[in-house]
Design a protein around this ligand. Sequence first.
Ligand code: HAM
Length: 419
Amino acid sequence: MADRSYTAPKGTRDVLPPESGRWAALVARFAEQVGRAGYGLVVSPMFEELDVFLRVGESTDIVTKEMYDFVDKGGRHIALRPEGTASVVRAFVQHRPTAVPWKAWYAAPSFRYERPQAGRYRQHHQLGVEAIGSDDPDLDVEVIALQADFYASLGLRQVDLVVNSMGSTDDRSAYAALLGRWLEERIDDLDPADRGTVATNPMRVLDSKRDATRTVTDHAPQIVDHLAPDAAARFERVREGLDALGIAHRIEPRLVRGLDYYTHTTFEFQAVALENAQNGIGGGGRYDGLAQALGGPPTPGIGFGTGIERILLACDAEGVFDGPEASVPVFVVDVTDGATARDLVAELRRAGIGADRAYGGRSMKSQMKAADRSGAALAVIVGEDEQAAGEVTLRDLRGDHSQERVPRDAVIDHLRKRL
Ligand code: HAM
């Protein structure tokens, strides 16, 4: 015996059947839907040079406080991916695909050293898309619509969409300076925990949920009132597109999101049924300066990321998307020497029929119990009698429990007819 036992590291969890079946179905649904819009799967490394992630925002918590970084055996400073966008844009810059927009989707484990709570993990899993190489605001509409339609297809109804615009990089920095000055004048009224952020990243103060700070920021100047005409027109076009597609949304002037790369459109989907702090089930926006920050030519881009764990929590809260039933249709019960079960399950599987069996030479009663538990519709039973006659018994497990004897050689044909 070992002198201690082990559990998954703090803030992580094992996803086991049957929950994992629902998880896989969610990923498959996503792949199918974004595939229909021309997005292709990108699998990028789970770690990158630390520098890649520093580009997503040197004054954000994700980078300064939550990064899983280490020096590898070759002396490289490495970090586990905290999100998907930086890696995909790094891959774009490295491989320079010529057909743009380059449309990528991913299912990416992401790592953030956060304080674990319901819906907040140190390893979470994001489904996301990135469309790189076009600044057409109709692409913003496409990306937001894909996300909205994905949630709707799962049956989620209580999801609010909030949108905002950060304007161009110039708009954004001019507004940050203006807001910084405005907040400085009121610094004593802010919650003490937010005062330091005014100097380092004034826009993050808008994100604070602390009461004293919110009372102040309720009246703060709004970025949507400080956009250059071109940025305002783009935002208008995005909103018009969402209206045209019947996607309800409202402007949230305080939506700044936790990453520094955003320009122009930003958005977040919030599940009404979840706790405030973890109700963001997915969000994204434009990042027109990121490719350049990663050493590429100036290239616009937009995308979203949505956490699998949070989507499933929202589905639980609304009682939707149960996922598939994890069961095989046929269970082979063999109370002879087990050779028929051994051979028959392989034959059935090769013929495309899902089949399972019990192991360890268990009694008829115990094997029938396992058959019932498996959720199979039919049992194929082999006893001494059947074996001697070169037959098997087919037993209905879900309906009338009727039985019939069929030749061993014809079992696949019979099963095909009955399933
Ligand atoms: P984000 O809002 O930081 O955006 O994360 C996206 C989603 O990942 C969140 O809405 C949430 O569902 C999930 N998530 C984030 N952190 C955790 C956590 N600790 N535990 C569980 N779930 C979590 C991004 O990461 C951007 N890369 C999105 C994007 C793509 N923007 C442009 N393209």
